[in-house]
Ligand binder design. Structure first.
Ligand code: NAD
Length: 260
């Protein structure tokens, strides 16, 4: 379905981004991986997707907190693979602390990586998408783009901002073949969430399995994690022609979290 298209997925060396990159590769798109990690493991991921799906796969180590590196990554992707047709703004970090003691450098880092990177990357790819009159921008927001939780001021502010950016870009491209939407996952068991489970187990002196169950019970009525594969599948759908009139939407994959 996406054969001949090129997708850049930020933060795709782990978790949700990896699930999205594999799903887009599986649908035939060439893929640019991005994110941090062990070079040998990243090369294995890159080569695995290329071999499994017969698509071109490259990797950029660009730091999403650095606007120059973001622009450079997307310019290189256009030069190497011909175009960036699909941009998935997924890279993200978390830091939890009450507002009064929230470290200023963590606030800046969360806003830069979770919000500003999506602005810089969108700015870099839109001219090419407009020339070709086709494009898909998918922003990975969160349930925290629509509601809040305690001790997540930077994350909640960034994700609310991502939804604002999504709607604005959707309006500015409304009469073109470019769409911009957001996916709002609930809990997905990735390293980002595992850290919160570990912290909860330590804080409450309970076993990890109980901390995991409690974390789900508190927010997610299904009692089950959403998966990177499910989010990848929704992303592929948003890239299809069937989704051409879905614009500026915030689509939850949250086990009922936002229905409460
Ligand atoms: P993760 O920690 O598994 O993956 C994060 C990815 O981002 C990694 O590839 C990491 O290397 C990359 N990254 C971090 N800082 C970067 C930087 N400065 N430059 C480039 N890459 C960087 O986390 P995840 O849970 O897969 O999260 C992915 C996205 O999904 C984030 O935006 C997160 O906010 C969002 N999200 C996650 C959940 C969840 O429950 N896991 C829920 C809602 C939204």
């Amino acid at each position: 379905m996406l054969r001949g298209k090129t997708a850049v997925v930020t933060g795709s060396t782990s978790g949700i981004g990896l699930g999205i990159a594999r799903a887009l590769g599986g649908a035939g798109a060439n893929v640019v991986f991005n994110g941090f990690g062990d070079p040998a493991e990243i090369e294995a991921l890159r080569a695995g997707v290329a071999k499994d799906f017969g698509v071109k796969v490259s990797y950029s180590a660009a730091d999403m907190s650095k606007p120059d590196q973001i622009h450079q990554m997307l310019k290189a992707a256009e030069e190497e693979l011909g175009a960036v047709d699909i941009l998935v703004n997924n890279a993200g970090i978390q830091h939890t602390a009450p507002v009064e003691s929230f470290p200023r450098d963590r606030w800046d880092a969360v806003i830069a990586i979770n919000l500003s990177s999506a602005f810089h990357a969108t700015q870099a790819v839109l001219p090419g998408m407009r020339r070709r009159n086709w494009g898909r921008i998918v922003n990975i927001a969160s349930t925290h783009g629509l509601i809040a939780s305690v001790e997540k001021s930077a994350y909640v502010a960034a994700k609310h901002g991502v939804l604002g950016l999504t709607k604005t870009v959707a309006l500015e491209t409304a009469r073109t073949g470019i769409t911009c939407n957001a996916i709002c996952p609930g809990w997905v068991l990735t390293p980002l969430v595992q850290k919160q489970i570990d912290a909860r187990a330590a804080r409450e002196a309970i076993p990890l399995e109980q901390a995991k169950r409690d974390l789900l019970a508190e927010k997610q009525p299904s009692g089950e994690f959403a998966t990177p594969e499910q989010i990848g599948a929704l992303c592929v759908f948003l890239c299809s022609e069937s989704a051409a009139q879905i614009r500026g939407a915030a689509l939850p994959v949250d086990g009922g979290w936002l229905a409460q």
